[in-house]
Design a protein around this ligand. Sequence first.
Ligand code: THU
Length: 131
Amino acid sequence: MTDRELVERAFSMHRFSYVPYSKFPVGAALLCRDGTVFTGCNVENAAFGSTVCAERTALLKAVSEGHREDWEVLAIAGRGRDYCWPCGSCRQMLYEFAPRLRVLAARGDGEFCAASLEELLPHGFGPGALA
Ligand code: THU
């Protein structure tokens, strides 16, 4: 699967986003080594702090389906003028399972750029830190 195709999968999740408060749909698509793709959308809540980001939805789907050590690329698609990079909480949760994950951040016009999770969360706190 190409980067462009994965970004398109992320955009296609906008239709499921539940965003009555922000009106800002975000979609995510997580590609595993065997070709499996886990998708996600943001799911907001009247208690705003209980909102779940799109990439965290995809992450939880992957882990709960037995995929947690084979993540290759994560695409995140927003509708804004800026690239939709993952929020700090999501960076932390992703770091737990894939510190070297490749992340594609897309903006509303479909353009996207790439970075590694290590670049997005330098000196991250991971499982090794508890050893
Ligand atoms: N959001 C995501 O889904 N992922 C991000 O990386 C940034 C923010 C969502 C959360 C909320 O539903 C909306 O975007 C506005 O913050």
